[in-house]
Design a protein around this ligand. Structure first.
Ligand code: GLU
Length: 457
């Protein structure tokens, strides 16, 4: 096991934002890539939002995405507790060190961290207040993504509020020290906090972790940041819509990271192998829903049939699709897997396979009945198909070819649209011949038989 220790440090809010999930994923991938340790630390200091339900949404989302943690809630570890709400004694202990080193002082009930540097007093005309200022030595942050960032803190800052609550900067740094965190991978919005954090690390005599501030995610439409609320910005939305968890993972990996070539679809093993900090881009990422659904579709197509079926069956059952025969269902899924765009669309996509009372798509029907004599064609097909004994794709193929040549055509395509429409009610779907073979002679012929009375032009 390597020395790398990274952490995902969310503050549960009751929903799991995709931006947050992306931060979790980058940390997880880096831990898995380096053989390090992935810690989940819950920054639950906001008492109002700190509910069991909010935590549950987060943990469920992490598990659904497959981001398992080596230390943290429910799994424990040597550096616990992993909830900030349970670490008060540790913060007090660290605070004592700062008192002992004369790096803190009290003012108006709050505890301030004292910067080391040149002090001077400034008179602010507007506020009519005297402000003591400090020019601390600039901090040089060698960020793995942003490069060298140099910034000086300009003023002593509060680390314990007047109500006695320790401030984010203090607890965040104390935990990173106490938990032996080696790499801090987090959103770029925290870059501005990092000088304060460096000051604190140094005041505690702790080595700085390596920082990697990952780029913001812009909204798919406008110039601004991706929205915080609304449909489609939370992990739960995608779970509800039956996205493939790994489809979302593959997509999130591309939000601010790339493999330096054009590859966008990865197996999980490839992603772990190729993910590294230098591949994280500086420029903002853009949330692109079309890309998300494309990646999801492609990852569905790559699933082994057994996994696809295991995911599909409960979704079909929940949608009221009557599955009497698992072999038949598997055959339907095998044909549909490469055609369907999402698991969400699957029940609608395959419903007609399981129900003889399927609906007819009006537009498709109108198109088919606009030209030729579709009912005559259907009767021709029905006649030759009823004579087929060996009901296989090969034999059906040959039968259609024979029909075509008997009528002076080179190919049987003229008979296909009405045949498909009569047995499925739609104009698209899996390739026709394998589909007829899979449906079986009885079902195909009885649907053709029923068609003229079920469908009225
Ligand atoms: N709780 C902070 C957040 O959710 C963690 C920041 C960090 O990763 O250091 O933004």
């Amino acid at each position: 096991m390597s020395q790398v220790r990274v952490r995902f440090a969310p503050s549960p809010t009751g929903s799991f934002h995709l931006g947050s999930a992306r931060t979790a994923l980058f940390n997880w991938l880096y831990a898995r890539h380096t053989g390090g340790t992935f810690v989940l630390r819950v920054e639950d200091t906001d008492k109002e939002r700190n509910t069991p339900e909010a935590l549950d949404v987060l943990l469920r989302g992490m598990r659904w995405l497959g981001l398992d943690w080596d230390e943290g809630p429910e799994v424990g570890g040597d550096y616990g507790p992993y909830f900030q709400s349970e670490r008060r004694a540790i913060y007090d202990e660290y605070l004592q060190k700062l008192w002992a080193a004369d790096r803190v002082y009290e003012k108006d009930g709050a505890v301030f961290f004292r910067l080391e540097g040149e002090r001077y007093t400034e008179y602010d005309e507007y506020k009519k207040a005297e402000i003591e200022k400090v020019r601390a030595k600039p901090q040089v942050i060698d960020d793995a993504v942003r490069g060298v960032v140099e910034r000086a803190e300009e003023r002593d800052f509060v680390i314990v509020r007047s109500n006695g609550e320790p401030v984010f900067h203090l607890v965040n740094v104390v935990d990173d020290i106490a938990m032996g965190i080696t790499h801090v991978i987090r959103g770029e919005d925290h870059l501005s906090n990092t000088t304060k954090h460096c000051e604190l690390f140094q005041a505690f005599g702790a080595p700085l972790p390596k920082f990697a501030h990952i780029p913001m995610i812009l909204s798919s439409t406008g110039p601004g940041k991706m929205s915080k609320r609304g449909d489609g910005v939370h992990v739960e939305d995608y779970e509800r819509r039956h996205f493939l968890p790994y489809g979302l993972v593959n997509f999130l990996a591309l939000l601010g990271w790339n493999a330096k070539d054009d590859q966008e679809l990865f197996t999980l093993a490839e992603l772990i192998e190729r993910f590294d900090l230098p591949g994280i881009q500086k420029g903002n990422a853009r949330f692109d829903e079309k890309k998300l659904s494309h990646v999801n579709t492609e990852q569905i197509r790559r699933l082994p049939l057994g996994e696809f079926a295991a995911l599909a069956q409960p979704i079909l059952e929940a949608a009221g699709v009557a599955i009497d025969d698992v072999n038949y269902m598997n055959a339907v899924l095998k044909l549909s897997q490469e055609k369907v765009r999402s698991l969400e669309e699957l029940p609608g996509f395959v419903a007609y396979f399981f129900d003889d009372n399927f609906n007819f798509d009006e537009k498709a029907g109108e198109r088919i009945f606009k030209k030729g004599e579709p009912l005559d064609r259907l009767a021709e097909v029905k006649e030759i198909l009823s004579a087929v004994v060996d009901w296989s794709a090969e034999m059906l193929d040959r039968t259609f070819m024979d029909l075509a040549s008997a009528k002076g055509h080179e190919k049987p395509f003229a008979w296909f649209p009405i045949t498909r429409f009569a047995v499925s009610g739609v104009s698209g779907g899996p390739d026709l011949i394998p589909m007829l073979a899979m449906m079986g002679k009885e079902r195909v012929l009885s649907r053709m038989e029923a068609f003229p009375s079920r469908y009225t032009v």
